[in-house]
Ligand binder design. Sequence first.
Ligand code: GTP
Ligand code: MG
Length: 300
Amino acid sequence: MTTRAGFVALIGEPNAGKSTLTNRMVGAKVSIVTHKVQTTRARIRGVALEGDSQIVFVDTPGLFQPRRRLDRAMVAAAWGGVADADITVLLIEAHRGITHGVERILETLNDQKGRRVVLAINKIDRVEAPQLLDLTEKLNAAYDFEQTFMISAEKGHGVKDLREWLAGEMPESPWLYPEDQIADLPMRMIAAEMTREKLTLRLHQELPYQLTVETEAWEERKDGSARIDQIVYVMRDGHKGIVLGNKGETIKAVGKLAREELVEFLGRKVHLFLQVKVRKNWLEEAERYSEMGLDFRDGN
Ligand SMILES: Nc1nc2c(ncn2[C@@H]2O[C@H](COP(=O)(O)OP(=O)(O)OP(=O)(O)O)[C@@H](O)[C@H]2O)c(=O)[nH]1
Ligand SMILES: [Mg+2]
């Protein structure tokens, strides 16, 4: 049997649906999703099987005009994903069309020679057909895409076609991961991401962008359960109060939701303990970046 395997980078503006597509391709939630921009902070590898092909989807942080060190490190991680990939899929939101952000991404892609890039217009459930055709034409005039797919990552439309096409394009190679592996990300990081997702959904305005979550300890217990200790780092005393909530109700609700998801992911009992710590300068600490799977120096 000839097997195929390779890497497919998913890139696009923040909120384009990259993580939703990653999860749909893998068939499990390996990357967190929210309705807010800049949810994904590092490269998340999800593994999918299609026929004899193993496709490693590389979910990346959204591409935007970075301001902070963290933003720069995120954008660098995304372009790094492209550099390492066999094929890149650019996701565009059907209803938003060619924004300034999309124009900038196309410019950068045009500056990079020799990349294999396909276009996936996502969220087609939000627009009518004529609008889609118009957008497809304009995008293909702006960049020489190998293929165009129209998909709804959320509803699943067109996703099978995209996966089958990608599978056929993967280079001949032994599989890169064991057949049953769906993600290449330490469990402690997946667990921290789950908590960060719940915090992001629960907290307002800028706060989700000013915190990070780390798994501090992971203990396998004799009864088969896991005890997981996590720290939520925030930048100000006031933020700590908000994350805790009145009588600790916010952190309690977040912990409950995160724990439920961990139980589902791990298939066993989980004891999750969350602690909130103020760390004014965490955005400038190298260790925080390595915990997130980012390169601190990329932020320079
Ligand atoms: N209507 C619709 N919504 C979608 C679709 N795909 C994703 N979404 C929604 O778009 C939002 C952003 O999805 P994500 O998958 O987190 O987007 P992302 O590109 O990973 O975002 P960042 O990590 O911030 O760069 C979420 O609310 C999704 O539910 C789709 O096909 N249709
Ligand atoms: Mg994402």
